[in-house]
Design a protein around this ligand. Sequence first.
Ligand code: GDP
Ligand code: MG
Length: 821
Amino acid sequence: MKFALAGNPNCGKTTLFNTLTGSTAHVGNWPGVTVDKREGVYKKASEPVDIVDLPGIYSLSPYTPEEVVSRNFIVDEKPDLVINIVDATNLERNLYLTTQLLEIDVPVVVALNMMDVLYKNGDSVDLRVLEEKLGVKVVEISALKKKGIHELMEVAIKEAKNKRKGWSVLLESDIHDLVETAKGLFEAESVDSPLFHAVKLIEGDEIEVKNHVKLDSELHEFKEKAAKNEFDGDFEGVVADLRYKYITKNISKAIKKNVNNQGLTKSDKVDKVLTHRIFSIPIFLIIMFIVFHLVFSEDLLGLNRLFGVTTSNETAVNVFTGMGYDDMASEALEEASAVLDLSEEELAELNLTLLDPDATAEEKEEAQAQIDLYNLMTNLNIQYELEKATDEEIGEFVDYLVDVYKEGNEELNDQVAVELEGIPSPGVFLQSWMGFATGSLIDLFRSFMPEDKWYTGLVCDGLLTGLDSIFSFLPQILLLFLFLSILEDSGYMARVAFIMDRAFRKFGLSGKAFIPLLMGFGCSVPAMMATKTLEDEKERDMTIRIAPFFSCGAKAPIWALLAVCVAGSFLGDIFVFSIYLLGIVIAILSALVIKAFSKNKEVPPFIMELPQYHLPQVKSLLVHLWEKFKHFIYKASTIITAAIILIWFLSSFSWAFWNGMVEDINDSILASLGHALKYVFYPCGWGLGEDGWKYTVASITGLIAKEDVVATMAQLGLEEGSIGLSNAAIYSFAAFNLITFPCFAAIATAKSESSKKGFVVTLIWWIAASYVVSIVVFLIGLLFEVTWILGILGIIASIGLVILVWILGQKLTTKDKLQEA
Ligand code: GDP
Ligand code: MG
């Protein structure tokens, strides 16, 4: 036996499917996740039942691929029964689909889901009224709490054994004559499910008209007559209207609302705030910032930023005194001023020590330290008098004081270090722990391997170094995904799509497009595939084009690495946050530019259910993370490893590779390629300088998989502490890698999902946009004197976004279909 599960998006189909078949399919909170049809087997009955999970749909009209898939499956492949899942908390909307399913000649059982929520609100449903008005069996269930599942299947198996003829609510309406006539036409041709086809033909349904041209013209005359009598001829609208009328008139009687609870549900109350016309976007930004803060910040809760020490000389002293180390503080200052008092001769003597061949290394070091301190102090002193010392210089001085004391007092050293560095966020903490673990592992490996052998180079400098650089970011990425999954599972992401719909409509994108885009935060490949849910080809192309701008998980290691490297690494979280925002802003701008060049028609209205908020289930979160982890391991062990070996070879040998490995990496094949290409990236900043070719090469390996950017950088010796880029160039490098071609897998997906012409435009768009944005970012960076660019850009980007969306929100006069629902 074969049963199909049909229902609106978010009615709990996937949850029920998983319960029935025991599989761990993805449970999402938005429509569009279930694009494909999935099958499983229910084994707990006397005979096994095949279960097919159809995509979520609101109707059987031919407007989306999902609707067509579901309709064809039920009408053509004829399952033994359709289990129509209905969200009991949203009966009116859900039953609209039911009224259409009932017209097909197939047994139907209505599974009234989410009953747990309904009962919790103190409401109830009169099943007898429902069954009478729909003419089919209705069973109460809770897919989540696994209640009523057995009963449902028992009833379904029994019903599946009886044939059922289609029935329509329209037969009880003013157009029943027309419906009967049309049905008669199909019966004469002995078509299956004549009633269903009849109603569709009356609606003027595209597919139906195409398949039955003759019947359509025959019916035409009857339609004209009916139209003359009562209607204005828009039969599609008339039919929809009649369906809703029937539902409201008869079925809302079946619901018994708790009289004490007529007002808003808890979810509604929360939504008043979270989807507020004005506050929703800032709230979204704040929530996202908190996520990035917890994952990427080196300074938890901004403790150090707020009470930090790097702002003035006075606080420098306070580090010591505040900690009860008054003596040391004054000692430090004393020593500093003693140095400042050096006479000319003493200074000369120190310089001589540096040149003295007899002096020990220690003496030289000491002399150098004194000279450095002297230079620093004099400089500061002069500038103080001119009141010109910058925070950075004072910070340098403080660092110096700390250095002086590091030597002498380990215990103090630890405390000062904590005070100066702030407390790391959980993400950074996990990352440093993981980095330490993988780093130690490499050292261990190295100690067992013979030196100076090519395979030691391959294993240690190639494979292990490359993989280590990615693996050390794994905990951070998983943590980021944990937070995103929590937002998704709680129902918040569905709100984000709704909020964004209000804004995106203006840019020629509907919120429906925003759902695939949000998925892009995970991976562009499923995001692009999810564009199947969009009706308009142009919109699909555009959504695919901007999907990679929503920074995917594979790019996260790049941001994590660069976050540590930007000057004043306390800004790491702001840096990453601003990168994500930059992506969204560029996506919006792209949509605007593309729209300006095309005559796009009105964006179709977007209807989606806002699911009730609920606590995410631990199990489903773990499934998300496990999938992510598996994907990561798979990628690391295949395509990334392959790329690392390739890069190792290219960077270890020259064109004359038969001569053995090169001593200097600058003689390698990779270097020659990088040198040839780096000029292109001179205007971007990161192509300049002696490491310019390395960044060029790293960006190119990003085509294979974005993780390879970091792996290649590590192999070429660009790591935390050795990134010789200015902040402007770092930011520009990040922007380029964010916007340019995604990985091969995503490019291939884009090719198969877009139109031919659209795909070519997409390729051009990716390279052009990334190049231009990278240059602009670098120039702005130079303009702002670099140091604070990150913070500034981040803040500007967020403020810009808020204002833009706010203005647009004000302008929108169309009513929110959703809030009414
Ligand atoms: P689909 O889009 O129809 O496949 O819906 P899903 O199975 O993905 O479910 C949507 C959301 O509703 C998920 O967050 C589920 O956990 C939740 N859900 C599903 N069934 C129930 C139920 O019976 N009760 C409650 N409270 N939540 C449910
Ligand atoms: Mg689903």
